[in-house]
Design a binder for this molecule. Sequence first.
Ligand code: UDP
Length: 219
Amino acid sequence: MTLPLFAVYGASGCGRGVMPLARAQLQHQGISPTQLVFVDDHPEALEVNGQRVLRYAEFLQIEASARHAVLAIADGAVREKLAVRCAADGVQPWTVAASNVVTMDDVALGEGAVLSPFVTLTSNIRIGRHFHANLYSYVEHDCVIGNYVTFAPSVKCNGNVTIEDHAYIGAGAVIKQGKPGQPLVIGRGAVVGMGAVVTRDVPAGATVVGNPAKPFLKD
Ligand code: UDP
């Protein structure tokens, strides 16, 4: 009998944090860890933490009833590139979530997410494709999050915040809540530095740091 095959795409830091979650999730569904592999375009070893590492072409060649991949790479632009490649080859987006993630009412989560341990998504939230919420991050009520958005660990995203596609929010950043009908907006591709306290809108493409967060000026 041909079985489905599951992949954690990316065998570096991010992928090694996602693999145990993926393994546990499959185990819960009664799926053997032998059906789970790392995929990496530049593999450094044949095996990482006991799990096989395949090149993408090898992953496609193995006989399988279906292929699923979670894109475990923090760079959202790389995730988008790989999502396009996977879709073209019939590899299905796979969401991996830790068993202790808390999801409250009316949360629409797009395909291919990674929700790390201790993540909380409260109520009435919209989230796009291939979202990463790393350890201890939360998303509060009425937030709207775009595609390929990345939260490093411990991001505190308060209510009524809109985050556009490809934004990257650094570890420990705090985003002040917006108002109903007047959200605080973090623009497309913006970068919020580690520990920043965001109190007002961040323009698309900007990098902000500090408390209160201000544009980062390179010298
Ligand atoms: N990678 C890949 N295909 C790509 C880009 C990256 O397979 O198009 C792999 C890369 O070889 C590396 C991992 O993804 O193993 C990214 O690792 P990195 O440490 O740069 O990022 P992180 O794991 O922190 O997201």
